[in-house]
Design a protein around this ligand. Structure first.
Ligand code: 5AD
Ligand code: SF4
Length: 483
């Protein structure tokens, strides 16, 4: 519907419609008028910049924000030049919040030199009441603050901000609503994230996500498939299905459907050559999914399977609902059925009460699974989560030493795992011209391994066969096989 909409023809001198997405289309049309007038006044086009913190979900949300800003008439620019700057924030660890405050300091200075500048903040961090209080008190120069649940209303909020002065705050506690058919500006023409669900019901005891992203809501399969068909028609060949826990996709829909069944249907879409997904909770990974992956020609040979800890005792305190043995057994089953798969994971070090013995259990799992890569995090205390009030928070020195030992093992494994592809020929989706040397291209194998090789920019976006020659630890240097 959005594709057929001509925003120039929308009547803005009437009341806005009450249904979505028509209401947002109305506000996009209104923004266009406000942006046009301001640009005329300044005698130059208005520019915008969307800065993303955090995960792939946020990256996808940022494409939606950019889509609306561009429809409203903003041109994209670097943060230093932009008239409208928006930070799509993350709050999964304290560090993420600190980064945002650091950046805001710089923006304040810039706004002094450009009085027509507007600053907006959205995303997970805005769902924390303490954050909003702090912004209200000490960051008055921020013009617009909204959260994760009403991001679909961005056009409406933008119109209000552009048409007024002062700080506008609109943060909701939750929503059951999913608004389809809003503009999106994709970062890559050939690959795209696709939200399949929002929120999380798992309440891992360290994690703030269920509080800031709300309860699990799945999109209807027909909406997802329609979106992917449209993407394929536009030239997208790789999709990444996104959700906090894709393995529980569809369970709460009026007509329930499994994630594996959704994958089967995505597989049938012509033009889509590769399917990825993120993230899988081990407790919900079904036998059906393993079989679908095994039989699929399109699902990439990569599974991200967050471990968090290798100690059953800590896993229980984390509310992860699996034991060390169950996790290892699951990995063994996956490897048995899909031997060429790459496994990656997330691990937290220093969860409250973690002893040296618990930590050695984590190292043991890492040694046994031989992950292709692992994202390692130092436990960060998030206000409001059960773990924040647990006793026995681990001393910083101890955590640091464990973290370093874990990282060394992870890197050693990654190197060994990467080496197993030496001298093989792999299909590579060419993603970009190499940033350091423009004679080279950079692409990704189905296993999610990066490869650099000499080639021409015209190949970006295509899937080609590349010989992986020299392993460099985490990536390869290769050569293109001429067809
Ligand atoms: N501290 C450290 N790491 C965390 N993660 C989530 N919450 C926290 C926290 N409080 C990590 C988990 C998750 C990843 C996205 O972030 O490992 O899988
Ligand atoms: Fe956080 Fe656990 Fe939900 Fe992942 S599954 S978002 S770690 S609560």
């Amino acid at each position: 519907m959005y594709k057929e909409t001509d925003f120039k023809k929308i009547e803005i001198n009437t009341d806005p419609p009450l249904t979505e997405p028509e209401r947002q289309y109305y506000y996009i049309a209104l923004c266009r008028e406000l942006v046009r007038r301001e640009a005329e006044r300044l005698g130059r086009p208005l520019t915008c910049c969307v800065t993303t913190f955090g995960c792939q979900m946020n990256a996808r949300d940022s494409e939606k924000l950019t889509g609306i800003l561009k429809e409203a008439g903003f041109a994209e620019a670097g943060e230093e030049q932009a008239d409208f700057v928006i930070y799509n924030t993350c709050t999964v660890r304290e560090n993420a919040n600190l980064k945002v405050y650091g950046h805001l300091g710089l923006l304040k200075h810039r706004k002094k030199n450009n009085p027509s500048m507007r600053i907006a903040l959205c995303g997970c961090m805005m769902q924390e009441p303490e954050v909003v209080e702090k912004l209200k008190k000490s960051y008055r120069f921020v013009d617009l603050i909204f959260g994760t649940h009403n991001i679909y209303k961005f056009a409406e909020l933008l119109a209000e901000t552009l048409g007024s002065k002062g700080q506008l705050i609109d943060v909701w506690e939750g929503t059951g609503q999913i608004v389809e058919d809003l503009p999106v500006e994709r970062k890559y023409p050939f690959k795209s994230g696709v939200n399949i669900m929002f929120g999380c019901n798992n309440f891992c005891s360290y994690c703030i996500v269920p509080y800031v992203r709300g309860r699990e809501r799945s999109r209807r399969p027909e909406d997802i498939l329609k979106e992917i068909e449209t993407l394929a028609a536009e030239g997208v060949c790789e999709v990444m299905l996104l959700g906090q826990n894709v393995n529980s996709y569809g369970k709460t829909l009026e007509n329930p459907i499994s994630f594996a069944e959704l994958l089967r249907r995505v597989e049938r879409i012509d033009g889509i050559a590769r399917i990825r997904f993120m993230t899988s909770h081990p407790k919900d990974l079904s036998e059906e999914l393993i079989q679908v992956m095994r039989e699929s020609k399109k699902i990439c040979r990569h599974l991200h399977l967050p471990l968090q800890s290798g100690s059953t005792r800590i896993l229980q305190a984390m509310n992860r609902k699996y034991t060390k043995e169950q996790y290892l057994e699951l990995v063994a089953r996956i490897r048995r059925e899909i031997p060429d798969i790459s496994l990656t994971t997330d691990i937290i070090v220093g969860f409250p009460g973690e002893t040296e013995k618990d930590f050695l259990e984590t190292l043991d799992v890492v040694r046994r699974v031989r992950y292709d890569n692992a994202y390692t995090f130092i436990y960060s205390r998030r206000t409001g989560t059960p773990a924040a009030s647990m006793e026995n928070q681990v001393p910083e020195e101890e955590v640091k030493s464990r973290f370093d030992r874990l990282l060394a093992l992870v890197q050693k494994n990654a190197k060994a795992q990467t080496a197993r592809f030496a001298d093989t020929v792999q299909e590579v989706l060419i993603e970009e011209v190499n940033k350091h040397d423009t004679a080279f291209l950079t692409g990704r194998t189905s296993n999610n391994l990066l490869v650099h090789f000499p080639g021409d920019a015209s190949l970006v976006g295509s899937i080609r066969r590349v010989r992986l020659e020299a392993s460099k630890g985490f990536y390869y240097m290769g050569t293109l096989i001429s067809e």
